[in-house]
Structure formats: structure tokens, C-alpha cells
Design a protein around this ligand. Structure first.
Ligand code: C2E
Ligand code: CA
Ligand code: CA
Ligand code: CA
Length: 278
């Protein structure tokens, strides 16, 4: 039971999915950047499609490079994968996210859930999960304020450890999202074994969907799967009103994408929210 498309599938239903890799920063540079606190989270809103209300934000890392300016994760995230630095990197991101959550609370904003991406290494690493749980307990931020985003590829790489760790996180009350849904190899059976609270449909299926009627059925079946498992569905990469309307009419719960807002620095989010509510 293959869902949607295989990675690398270039059929007419599927946009090209894997762009060529960018030149990567070296590990030494990344270790130094971490020490110098050059990694910062940007935040992208996620809204309910029926009401337009803000439901949460996703934290997306940017490297504030002293010479090259703001760098997207495509320039460096692959280098961190498979290296112990990835654990420290994620802990640093989470720490900044926790500080922002407390800061937004003090601005009197309604409680926001923040989604944070975990790497395959993170997800399979028991001692990392221990650190993460201790860190959040110490912060006083409620687990329900955080959603961990993991891809099916990460889950499948070390399935039994990933399942154990996902179970621990869910039991503590954290949300758990399957990211990039549709581009990997998971079967419905495997998906159903994971305690997800949210299913994020990959941008490759969302972007331009209104122009491709033959994609509507795969979108619909992904949304139906989410619904039948009782998890919230999120469309990633919504850029046009046409795609927004299509996804909403197909029953998608939430949307994230440039149509609403690009990822922005934490300082801008409070203003964006206030403007949005006017
Ligand atoms: P992702 O988790 O699938 O994040 C969504 C990506 O789509 C983000 O790219 C976001 O900026 C982009 N995006 C959102 N809306 C739109 C849209 O309407 N159109 C288009 N074209 N793009 C849109 P970004 O920020 O460059 O991040 C790329 C990937 O890097 C993320 O994909 C995630 O896999 C990884 N990543 C980002 N931050 C972290 C992090 O803190 N930790 C880890 N492990 N991975 C991260
Ligand atoms: Ca994500
Ligand atoms: Ca995604
Ligand atoms: Ca992605």
C-alpha cells in the first residue's frame, strides 16, 4: 500500500522532489556557529482553514552568518545529520523556542503551540530524548505547547527506537507530527503504528494542486487517512488562493505557506498576529 508517490517518482502527478544538494558548510564552521549562537529560529504561522485562526507556528532554523548573511537549512542541515553535533544543535534550537514561548506569554498572546523539527538521529537517540525532556521540564513550558515534527524516513531508519521514543514523547503530552507526508515509503500499517497527532502533507502535493485535477484524489485519500486516524491534517506550502480553497474544500484542517506568511523572526511574529486579528 504505497501512499501518494515514491521518492524520486517523476510521473505527471508528481513535481520533482529532490533538488540538487547545495555546497555544505564544514563541521568545524557549524560547531563554531553553534558556540557563537548564530543559529536562530524563524517562525511560520499555521492556521485553521475553516476559521482562519492562528493554530501555531513552526520553528525553522536560519544561520545568521557573519559574512554570508541569513542562510537557509539547505546549506548546512545535511552536514549535521549523522554527527553528534546534531543533538546539541537541536537542544539549542529548543532552548531558544522555549524562551520565545515564555516571552510571548508575557506579551499576553494566546498560548501558541510551536512545532520543532527533529532529525532522524534525534528521534532514534534515547539519551537525546532524556535531555530534551529534562530541558523542557526545567523550563516550565507545558509539553502540550510543543509538537515534534518527524519524517517517515526518520522513523523508518531505526523503527523500534523511533517508536519507543515517540511513545515516550506522546505519553508526556507533546504533539507529534508526521512531516513531508507522501514522499516516503510508509505504508498505512506503519503509519497507524505511530502515535501521531498531526499529518503534514508535503508541499510537492499541495503546491499548484488546483491546476492538477489528477492530484485531487491522492490529496483526498491522504486527508481521509488523517481523518480516519483522528489526526489533524496540515497542508504545507500553500501559495495561492486556488490551492487554499481546494484544500479547504477537500477537508484539510490547517494550512501553512507563503500565502499566509513566510517564516519570520520572533520579533515580527507578535506584530503579525496583532495585524492578523484586526
Ligand atoms: P520542512 O520541515 O518541510 O519545512 C518546510 C519548508 O518549506 C521550510 O523551508 C519553509 O520555509 C518552506 N515553506 C513554507 N511555506 C512555503 C511555501 O508556501 N512555498 C515554498 N516554496 N516553501 C515554503 P526551510 O525553512 O528552508 O527548511 C527546509 C527544511 O530544513 C525543513 O523542511 C526541515 O526539514 C529542515 N529544518 C528546518 N529547521 C530545522 C531544524 O531546526 N532542525 C532540523 N532537524 N531540521 C530543520
Ligand atoms: Ca517540518
Ligand atoms: Ca515538511
Ligand atoms: Ca521538507
Amino acid at each position: 500500500t504505497q501512499l501518494l508517490c515514491k521518492a524520486g517518482d517523476r510521473g505527471s502527478d508528481c513535481a520533482p522532489l529532490v533538488p540538487p544538494p547545495l555546497p555544505q558548510a564544514s563541521l568545524e564552521e557549524l560547531a563554531q556557529a553553534l558556540t557563537r549562537k548564530e543559529f536562530v529560529p524563524y517562525f511560520q504561522p499555521k492556521v485553521a482553514m475553516q476559521t482562519g485562526h492562528l493554530k501555531g507556528v513552526e520553528a525553522l532554523v536560519r544561520w545568521n552568518h557573519p559574512e554570508r548573511g541569513l542562510l537557509a537549512p539547505a546549506h548546512f542541515i545535511d552536514t549535521l545529520e549523522g554527527h553528534p553535533l546534531m543533538a546539541d544543535f537541536t537542544i539549542d534550537m529548543v532552548q531558544q523556542v522555549l524562551e520565545r514561548i515564555l516571552d510571548w506569554q508575557s506579551h499576553g498572546l494566546p498560548p501558541l503551540t510551536v512545532s520543532v523539527n527533529l532529525s532522524a538521529d534525534n528521534l532514534a537517540d534515547r539519551s537525546f530524548i532524556d535531555r530534551l525532556i529534562a530541558q523542557i521540564s526545567a523550563s516550565g513550558v507545558k509539553p502540550a505547547s510543543l509538537v515534534w515534527e518527524v519524517t517517515e524516513t526518520s522513523v523508518m531508519r531505526q523503527l523500534s527506537q523511533a517508536l519507543t521514543n515517540m511513545g515516550r514523547l506522546r505519553l508526556m503530552g507533546f504533539g507529534l507530527a508526521m512531516d513531508d507526508f507522501g514522499i516516503g515509503y510508509s505504508s498505512m500499517q506503519q503509519f497507524a503504528r505511530c502515535p501521531f497527532t498531526e499529518l503534514k502533507i508535503d508541499r510537492a502535493f499541495v503546491n499548484g494542486a488546483a491546476q492538477w485535477p489528477n492530484r485531487h484524489m491522492v490529496l483526498k485519500s491522504a486527508l481521509d487517512l488523517g481523518q480516519s486516524l483522528g489526526v489533524a491534517t496540515v497542508a504545507e506550502g500553500v501559495e495561492t488562493v486556488e490551492d487554499w480553497k481546494l484544500l479547504r474544500d477537500l477537508g484539510c484542517d490547517m494550512a501553512q505557506g507563503y500565502l499566509l506568511a513566510k517564516p519570520m523572526p520572533a520579533e515580527d511574529l507578535v506584530g503579525w498576529i496583532r495585524q492578523d486579528r484586526r
